[in-house]
Design a protein around this ligand. Sequence first.
Ligand code: SF4
Ligand code: SF4
Length: 206
Amino acid sequence: MKKPKLRELKEAITSLFSKPFTTDFPYKPHTPPKRYRGKPEYNEKECVGCGACFQVCPAKAIEMNDEINADGGPTRTLIHHPAECLFCGECERNCITQEGIKLSTKFDIAYFDEKNVQNSVQHKLLVCKDCGEIIGTEKHLLWAFRRVKNLGFAQPVMLSRLMEELEIKTGAEEKIAPPIQRTDMLKIVCPRCRRIAFISDEKKEH
Ligand code: SF4
Ligand code: SF4
């Protein structure tokens, strides 16, 4: 006859007198532990729209839509799709502001329509005033400017955007009449157009 396994026997007796590990969910609400990795959520105030979370997501659970011809001006929208999410936390770990997206403790996200559980954030995009190429979000640029402080004055796009914000320069003054000239170098233009502006004098026939 086989001897009873003492370890299992001890566990069986102990479990008779200890609290169950399972909960009564869904009959009673359940509060997960603080460090539970639940549905990631954007923080509109802290997110600057850099797109790093979109780039690092291994499951492609984050969608990034850049709309150049949106009604109120160019926009970038980031949408989190819970159905694709692995809850790995890479988006939170790589967020450049550390607060733009955070895993919440929300776990009860069953749905009929995914839109009801999606989470999104929208930002104003800056595009090149000459060719329309995307430069980045306005908030990202200003975030970078605050970090580099005075050095930001050496970056033409940052300087132009700041001058607009301080109302030293109007949007009309930023307009570029083609072909791009050397004087347009300090306007909101992409690196490629700035280079063309820089060498524009050399192209002129003397
Ligand atoms: S938790 Fe992981 S899978 Fe989910 S959105 Fe973030 S990076 Fe993507
Ligand atoms: S600031 Fe953070 S949350 Fe916002 S787009 Fe960048 S990485 Fe994503």
